[in-house]
Design a protein. Sequence first.
Length: 178
Amino acid sequence: MKVEKNAGGIEGLCVIEPAVHGNLRGYFMETYNQKDMEEAGLTMNFVQDNQSSSGKAVLRGLHYQKKYPQGKLIRVIRGTVFDVAVDIRTESATYGKWYGIVLSEENKKQFYIPEGFGHGFLVLSEQADFCYKCTDFYHPDDERGIAWDDPTIHIAWPELDVPYRMSEKDKQWGRLGE
């Protein structure tokens, strides 16, 4: 396993590349090994696993929880997404900065986003299945969000040949700090 800490120059973000063992039959990889993570300095405790499936141009986010923040270990098991984390830690030197990474079934990269970040993703392939582990349980009444196109953050979302598709809730989020 290879870990890139402080991805994009933002403290806490990690890109993880698991060791993939392939042959004519296919491949094998460990998607999570607590011992290896601890040796890499990642000592989070996961309490919930989630999975979603979305079609091309679906944009989910940017979500966070205020009272019960969640760290997330993210991977894509089918398709390709552009995954984004926004630093919302007001005391952070990188407050309001974002980092984006392409996660896919081909590159098998994982993205760890600690507590204190907004998170969203855009599906680039026809379909994508997205899995993530969380460090706290989901509390629906605590969910918050930031506008995907907030001009103060200015995320460089990939252009697609079709319009983005979002939930009504995600279309209504305000700007960072509101």
